[in-house]
Design a binder for this molecule. Structure first.
Ligand code: APR
Length: 266
């Protein structure tokens, strides 16, 4: 694996590993880029097929759902179909391995994700979801959880585009996802803010860092003295980043985590 990385990148990975080995508290924020190598398009990739004339921002909003609930529900059913057979990639697995080894290397890791897929959990991680869950639904009016979820992972898959009426109040069921213009879940955001404000190293993996408030976590960490490491093949213009690994997360994370956990410098 190391042989596939350039000499410059290997040197940067060594530097990142050194920083991470000396850190006690690490806060990690992941975005759509970490799931890209699992075959899930990122948000700012051009939409494909039926949906190419829409922008994600124009579908993922309460205004869009109020205007045309069928259109928005159909888009999420399409996204569910796209995601349901996708599996964690080496970046998800490396993070899970690090989390499970963290106690033995005396580190505290908080993994925060903007992703609504469950690939971190499938890999064995515990993650704080800032933007909700693709596989959960709730009522758009009374907020009750829609338990009889035909898309639950353990049920036969059903990507029916028909809208569902809430059994409690009759209004439409919507995906349990934080849309543009909506507040983040309070407990998840509090955990994220606390972890960012109290970490030695903040890692930003596979996010364009464009969508706030999540994008502000790196700044919060920096203000509180943390060093910031970014992993992204297209580095962001963020001015708070101390070290950039300009590579795909799936290529670099297994090498980096091996160096952190096993203290290997090969
Ligand atoms: N490894 C690491 N990063 C990658 C990879 C990869 N293999 N492939 C792409 N990337 C990077 C891209 O260069 C880009 O900077 O991942 C980033 C993905 O950016 P976005 O599509 O903007 O995703 P994200 O930052 O998660 O979006 C934030 O916006 O639309 C909303 O709610 C949605 O959670 C989402 C939020």
């Amino acid at each position: 694996m190391v042989a596939e990385l350039s000499a410059e990148l290997i040197a940067q990975v060594q530097q990142a590993a050194q920083l991470l080995r000396s850190a006690k508290r690490i806060c990690i924020l992941t975005g759509a880029g970490i799931s890209a190598e699992s075959g899930i398009p990122t948000f700012r990739d051009k939409q494909t097929g039926l949906w190419e004339k829409f922008r994600a921002e124009d579908l993922a909003s309460p205004v869009a759902f109020a205007r045309d609930p069928k259109l928005v529900w159909s888009w999420y059913q399409w996204r569910r179909q796209l995601v349901h057979d996708k599996a964690p990639n080496p970046a998800h697995r490396a993070l899970a391995q690090w989390q499970s080894a963290s106690a033995s290397v005396q580190q505290h890791i908080t993994l925060i994700t903007q992703n609504v897929d469950d690939l971190h959990e499938q890999a064995g991680s515990e993650a704080v979801h800032l933007h909700g869950h693709l596989w959960k639904n709730r009522c758009s009016q009374c907020d009750s959880v829609y338990e009889d979820d035909p898309n639950a992972k353990d049920k036969p898959l059903d990507f029916d585009e028909q809208l569902i009426a809430c059994p409690q109040c009759g209004d439409y069921i919507r995906p349990d996802i934080v849309w543009f213009g909506e507040s983040l879940p309070v407990a998840a955001w509090q955990t994220a803010e606390e972890a960012a404000a109290d970490c030695d190293i903040f890692m930003s993996i596979g996010t364009s860092s464009l969508v706030y408030p999540a994008a502000g976590l790196a700044q919060l960490a920096k203000q509180n003295g943390a060093q910031i490491i970014e992993i992204n093949p297209n580095p962001t213009p963020s001015t708070v980043v101390d070290l950039t690994l300009a590579a795909k997360a799936g290529a670099v994370m297994p090498v980096l985590i091996d160096k952190v956990i096993n203290k290997s410098d090969k």
